[in-house]
Design a binder for this molecule. Structure first.
Ligand SMILES: [Zn+2]
Length: 246
């Protein structure tokens, strides 16, 4: 089972910045590495990080490397920011086929997508145009349904660590989640704009708790969804993508 963990931002793209100059890109990498540590203890799981150091990786590259490693699921890790300092807590987003579920979800998607200006408006997988749209719709429907489950599994555990912005998995049109064809979620772990959470994010204990919540959510999801099911549902149409271009 291949789990891709995607530490948001990196290199020339610091993401959001909190008090005392703590950058989102540093927090996301440290949480991602901790998630990797926990999941790597499970023999049936192989973890792939989309970056392992402080370097810029485009959203397109993140998706391509997930495909190359035959990802079974994809979890992007971010830190949130709000102009209102008292706003705090965690949130989980998944791709929506019908746009963002709220104004806030739209704003978050805009901020995270904005990290990669080259990508705006460019389809991630032009090859898909040749593919029978029924297959695309089937794959997306399955991936969206499973993303919702994966997101809920993570959210449920995140609730034990911190307050939640929303108790449901939010829907937003994130470039990095679009068109991957596997269950994919984006976790906004906490708010760097909130002084209290920024202070917590400086320390390893809070980051470890967040990482454990994410890892446990992933394990719970994997437990209920054996690999065979994902091969039939998620991988089937991906095989057809290759056939279609032969
Ligand atoms: Zn971010």
């Amino acid at each position: 089972m291949v789990v891709v963990i995607d530490p948001g931002h990196g290199g020339s793209d610091p993401g959001t910045t909190g008090a005392h100059g703590l950058h989102e890109k540093k927090v996301t990498l440290e949480i991602a590495r901790r998630v990797e540590d926990i999941l790597s203890q499970h023999a049936r799981i192989r973890v792939v990080l989309t970056r392992t150091r402080d370097r810029y990786v485009s959203l397109r590259q993140r998706v391509y490397s997930s495909r190359r490693h035959h990802a079974d699921l994809f979890v992007s890790i971010h830190v949130n920011s709000s102009p209102v300092a008292r706003v705090s807590g965690g949130a989980v987003y998944m791709l929506s086929a019908h746009g963002a579920s709220s104004i806030e979800a739209r704003a978050v998607a805009h901020a995270e997508n904005g990290a990669d200006p080259d990508l705006s408006g460019v389809p991630l997988a032009p090859r898909h145009k040749q593919l029978n749209s029924v297959l695309v719709n089937l794959a997306q429907a399955a991936a969206i349904r499973n993303s919702d489950e994966l997101g809920a599994d993570i959210l449920h555990r995140l609730a034990k660590v911190e307050p939640l912005v929303e108790r449901r998995v939010q829907r937003a049109n994130f470039e990095v989640l679009r068109d991957l064809g596997v269950p994919s979620v984006l976790v906004e772990t906490a708010f760097l704009s909130n002084p209290e959470q920024a202070h917590l994010l400086h320390g390893a204990a809070f980051r470890d708790n967040i990482a454990s919540a994410i890892a446990d959510g992933i394990l719970a999801y994997c437990h209920v969804h054996p690999p065979m099911e994902r091969v039939n549902v998620s991988r089937g149409p991906k095989q057809n993508v290759a056939d279609d271009n032969r």
